[in-house]
Design a protein around this ligand. Structure first.
Ligand SMILES: Cc1cc2nc3c(=O)[nH]c(=O)nc-3n(C[C@H](O)[C@H](O)[C@H](O)COP(=O)(O)OP(=O)(O)OC[C@H]3O[C@@H](n4cnc5c(N)ncnc54)[C@H](O)[C@@H]3O)c2cc1C
Length: 401
């Protein structure tokens, strides 16, 4: 299988996304970063180009495409502006996908047409101040409401887009559960009584897309708003939710690959234009090696990513081990490529006149969100040691005593 081969439709989608990105997102990327305003104009441009339809099923007004197409679009958007691309990440790979795969018909009818039209953004609330990597320690909980349904009490932080989203998928504990047992998820309309934006985080990068703190104070939850019920005696719902995060992890990797691609292109252009002491920088072998290393790391990460998303074809979930490898490889490649691109630009790389320092600050956040590099590597290492392997034919299954 040629991992990077694209169908005619996929090539057309890439051209469309690149056109929107270069025409509408690139010129304003610096503005959103400096002002920390939410990129409403980017939202409008993405909506007008129908890009929010990509992953939503045709019955709900979408194009019914999968992880490969999501990756293509996110790569192209993040190549010029990671903050704006996150809106597509939220709607492609966040709660709407989970609703379509796991939700009931009422949730699908209520939300998916509005996602496809780009009218609403979704956010996801997993992290809490004392439960980040260890999400199984979350305190968010539901109690039974004597009048029917449940009451939700939760405090979620780092909720990307939480201050502008229409709804949030809140991971929470159903009555009686402990640890990972009993954790499930509910879809909360953020207009409901008891929901408030308690604050926003001041950040190093991704400054165009705010991370909010959302408080849920005795919010009534109807039965049909349950996406996945956590049973007190098992962790099955939690495991399903975690495996569904593979979409988000691949989206995160796609944004890293796209951002690094943008940084590499800037570096190649600069080396070809700049002369120092009368010599073109492009002729210096030490700098050619930098470009070679940058491109090699980037292409390796891209291949791992397309392996993961093509394994999910057409509408499954990307496999966990392949996804974890792709996510950490893309995070680390982006960090390396952006850092080297700054170095290649000398003082200009450090200056805000060039976009490299912004790209570097943006991808730094992606190395933490959707599971940190360390936690992702824990997953890979511990699973390999238990005898699990990727689908690569090169593996001989290890014998585990
Ligand atoms: C830009 C951005 C966007 C985000 N968006 C969302 C969102 O939309 N919704 C949401 O719910 N959350 C979101 N998050 C939160 C993110 O998922 C958490 O920050 C992340 O899971 C880490 O949790 P923590 O910050 O509490 O760090 P901690 O869990 O406290 O970890 C601190 C450090 O210890 C390391 N560490 C922790 N446990 C282990 C371990 N077992 N082995 C090795 N190292 C370990 C971590 O890798 C990290 O380096 C976002 C974060 C960022 C930065």
């Amino acid at each position: 299988m040629d991992l990077l081969a694209e169908t005619d439709d996929q090539q057309a989608l890439r051209r469309l996304a690149r056109d929107v990105a270069e025409r509408s997102l690139e010129p304003t990327a610096r503005h959103w970063d400096e002002t920390e305003e939410f990129p409403h104009a980017s939202w409008k441009a993405l909506r007008e180009a129908d890009l929010f339809t990509v992953t939503v099923g045709e019955r709900y007004g979408g194009m019914g495409m999968g992880d490969v197409e999501s990756t293509i679009v996110l790569e192209e958007l993040a190549r010029v502006d990671v903050s704006s691309s996150i809106m597509c990440q939220l709607n492609f790979n966040g709660p709407p996908r989970a609703i379509e795969h796991l939700g009931n018909d009422i949730l699908k009818e209520r939300w998916l047409p509005r996602v496809a039209s780009g009218e609403v953004l979704f956010c996801i609330g997993i992290t809490e101040p004392d439960a980040g990597s260890a999400a199984n320690l979350m305190r968010a909980s539901l109690t039974e409401d004597p009048t029917g349904g449940y009451r939700l009490n939760a405090y979620k932080n780092y909720v990307t887009g939480g201050h502008v989203a229409a709804a949030c998928l809140v991971w929470c504990r159903f009555p009686g559960g402990n640890g990972a047992k009993g954790i499930g998820a509910v879809v909360v309309d953020l207009e409901k009584d008891g929901v408030s934006v308690a604050g926003t985080h001041e950040k190093m990068g991704l400054r165009g897309c705010t991370e909010a703190e959302l408080a849920f104070d005795d919010v009534h939850i109807d039965d049909e708003e349950i996406l996945l019920r956590g049973e007190p005696d098992d962790a099955e719902a939690f495991k399903t939710l975690l495996s569904h995060l593979n979409h988000e992890r691949c989206g995160n990797a796609a944004m890293c690959v796209g951002a690094a691609q943008g940084a590499l292109e800037h570096a190649i252009r600069y080396l070809n234009e700049r002369t120092v002491a009368g010599r073109p920088l492009a002729g210096l072998q030490g700098l050619q090696w930098k470009i070679a290393d940058m491109a090699t790391q980037l292409e390796s990460a891209r291949l791992l990513l397309y392996r993961a998303v093509k394994a999910a074809d057409p509408h499954g979930t990307p496999p966990a081990l392949e996804t974890a490898m792709a996510k950490s490889a893309a995070n680390l490649a982006a960090k390396f490529v952006c850092d080297e691109a700054i170095q290649i630009h000398g003082g200009y790389g450090f200056s805000r006149e060039y976009p490299l320092e912004r790209i570097y600050r943006d991808i730094r956040g992606l190395c933490i969100g959707a599971g940190t590099v360390e936690v992702t590597k824990n997953y890979v290492g511990s699973n390999l040691l238990k005898g699990r392997t990727t689908a690569s034919p090169g593996w001989k299954k290890p014998v585990i005593p």
